[in-house]
Ligand binder design. Structure first.
Ligand SMILES: *Cc1c(COP(=O)(O)O)cnc(C)c1O
Length: 378
């Protein structure tokens, strides 16, 4: 937490606005919209809820297909299934780790040929880095397909002077406990379309018709953000830039610490903007580094340091077995060789040094044979 959150929460208590409505909700929406440069923002209970409403308001329904980034967290794809539609996964490119516009072009051309265009494209901005948005917007416009941006991991990032999440018809953000700023749980939906923003507020508060009694002509959801949590969000927004600097400093530390080591590469920062480095991710080449990703993860675990593999692609998830995909082996390779290092905003210099030393101990010079996962387990 920053410095202001507790005072803002106390204000919610003092004024008795303990409900999913109130002055903090309105102010958080205004302040967030200004922060990302979007005309409208709608505060919701989670990023997943925001994505679900985005898909529903885009008319996604049973039998439809929705294209989605392959390398992502399952919450990007689950709401497609909530609506009875089928996800189709698009591989990453090496420059951004995000959706490869060339693969999207291939998928849309194929879909047009089959006479079955997707209802929407869910473009994910991973690990604090924007995808290459322009070619994706161009393709979606050309084929008349709705673009939804999942910027849950990319608040604070930039793309050619704009904020990822603000180019599509709808963008979503998350304030889960693990994200760069948090309300413990929460999300935001942004759009330039005022009618859409109003519809999202309506659907997220049980779709109650304007009548004195309780009347409903549509199925609604209980997806609004609490006024108490919106108070936390307002305080967090004030320290967003500081959090970005802390995350970027973590990455810079690791980059310097491993500069002389072969076979360890960082997630590239694309030239079109700023990555927040929400997580510092590396890719290990076992032949050059002398140990593979999993051996490194286990060696860190032995020292009570938690590191996690890069997202397992959705196309490899049992729950999405049988879903179509377009692409090669980029996402699969990033999963096989990628590791997310400890990246919290509150890591101390001593913490970072301890992690860096543990990673360095995994390195084996080229002459000796590489330590594999199996050997490390012994
Ligand atoms: C965290 C996350 C979500 C979901 O957000 P919640 O607020 O946890 O529901 C969606 N997409 C991605 C890529 C995420 O990392």
């Amino acid at each position: 937490m920053g410095g202001d959150e507790l005072g803002l929460v106390q204000e919610a208590f003092a004024t008795n606005w303990i409900a999913p409505v109130g002055p903090h909700v309105d102010a958080f929406e205004r302040e967030f919209a200004a922060c990302v440069g979007s005309p409208h923002a709608v505060a919701l209970s989670s990023g997943t809820a925001a994505l679900h409403l985005a898909l529903r308001m885009s008319g996604v329904g049973p039998g439809d297909e929705v294209f989605c980034s392959d390398l992502t967290f399952s919450a990007s794809a689950n709401p497609i299934v909530y609506e009875g539609a089928k996800p189709v996964f698009i591989d990453s490119d090496r420059a951004t780790w995000n959706m490869d516009p060339a693969r999207l072009a291939e998928g849309l051309a194929d879909a047009a040929k089959r006479g079955r265009l997707p209802k929407a494209v869910v473009l994910v901005h991973l690990y604090g880095q924007s995808a290459d948005i322009d070619p994706v917007v161009e393709l979606c416009t050309r084929y008349g397909v709705t673009l939804i941006e999942d910027a849950a991991e990319a608040l604070g990032a930039s793309y050619k002077g704009i904020v990822p999440g603000t180019r599509g018809r709808i963008g979503i953000y998350s304030f889960n406990g693990n994200k760069i700023i948090t309300t413990s749980g929460g999300g935001m939906l942004v759009t330039a379309d005022q009618a859409l923003a109003e519809k999202a507020r309506f659907l997220s508060t049980q779709a109650r018709d304007p009548a004195p009694h309780y009347q409903h002509s549509q199925i609604g959801f209980n997806y609004r953000l609490s006024n108490v949590l919106a108070g936390i969000g307002r305080g967090q927004l004030r320290v967003l830039e500081q959090r970005v600097q802390q995350r970027r400093a973590n990455c810079a530390f690791y980059q310097q610490a491993f500069a002389d080591l072969p076979g360890i590469e960082f997630m590239p920062e694309a030239p079109f903007g700023r990555s927040t480095r929400w997580l510092t991710c590396v890719v290990i080449d076992p032949a050059k580094f002398g140990c593979d990703r999993e051996a490194m993860r286990l060696a860190l675990q032995d020292e009570n340091i938690e590191a996690r593999p890069v997202w397992k692609p959705m196309s490899q998830q049992p729950v999405f077995a049988g879903c179509r995909r377009y692409g090669g082996e980029v996402a699969a390779d990033l999963f096989a060789r990628g590791l997310c290092l400890p990246s919290g905003s509150n890591l101390t210099e001593a913490d970072l040094q301890r992690v860096a030393a543990a990673v360095r101990r995994c390195h084996r010079p080229a002459a000796t044979s590489g330590r594999t996962h199996a050997e490390a387990a012994v």
